[in-house]
Ligand binder design. Structure first.
Ligand code: GAR
Length: 217
């Protein structure tokens, strides 16, 4: 059973999906703390309902971004987690922070990276007229919304979609793939080689590069 800390900034629906997966025993992981940079983040209430300790580190109280990072790292380290999970955490974290948690810091992003890093991914996908959109779980590197991909889920973009309908379709997939990625990590099945993620497949020989057809594994 691994220990993880979840960082949020708002609604916390991905946090909810992870809490549900952890408490039902679907993933061999325990959420030992939730940290938010916003005192009004709805996800804080969800954590408290589940009896998970919470901590608010308001970024507005820090003149320098590095000082904020140091405070967040201190809060994380207080929970001694094996894995740090960014779930709708909307602050950019600096290089020193990212290096400190190298190979145990993961993020979910609402696009098929490397398409549409940054904000307003659904709006931009609609503006570009892409027919396929989705979400990505990846290990975090110092570059924004970048890093070795663990798993992606794709959804169609429909002719009558607006930002809200497309976001909702992607979010359903986010709630599937984030617990899946955490389960793989907790089971020790993810390996980084040459900047790519490989998944141990117990039923197959050797290792398999993660592909859509392996998502059920
Ligand atoms: C999610 O769609 C997540 O992918 C996105 O913020 C939303 C948070 O929702 N994250 C990013 O854009 C990070 N670059 P939630 O608070 O309900 O989980």
């Amino acid at each position: 059973m691994i220990k993880m800390v979840v960082l949020i900034s708002g609604r916390g629906s991905n946090l909810t999906s992870l809490l549900n997966a952890a408490t039902s025993g679907a993933i061999p992981a325990r959420i030992v703390g939730v940290i938010s940079n916003r005192p009004d983040a709805m996800g804080l209430q969800t954590a408290e309902t589940h009896g998970v300790p919470t901590c608010v580190i308001d970024h507005r109280g820090f003149a320098e971004r590095e000082q904020f990072d140091v405070a967040v790292a201190a809060a994380i380290d207080g929970f001694t987690p094996d894995l740090v999970v960014l779930a709708g955490f909307m602050r950019i974290l600096g290089q020193a922070f990212v290096r400190r948690y190298e190979n145990r810091l993961i993020n979910i992003h609402p696009s098929l990276l490397p398409a549409f890093p940054g904000l307003h991914t659904h709006r931009r996908a609609l503006a570009e007229g892409v027919r396929i959109h989705g979400c990505t779980v990846h290990f975090v590197t110092p570059d924004l919304d970048h890093g070795p991909v663990i798993v992606q889920a794709a959804v169609p973009v429909l002719d009558d979609d607006d930002e809200a309908t497309l976001a909702a379709r992607v979010l359903v997939q986010e709630h599937q793939v984030y617990p899946l990625a955490v389960r793989w990590f907790a089971e020790g099945r993810l390996h980084l080689r040459n900047g790519r993620v490989w998944l141990d497949m117990p039923q197959a020989d050797g290792m398999a590069l993660i592909a859509p057809q392996s998502v059920a594994g």
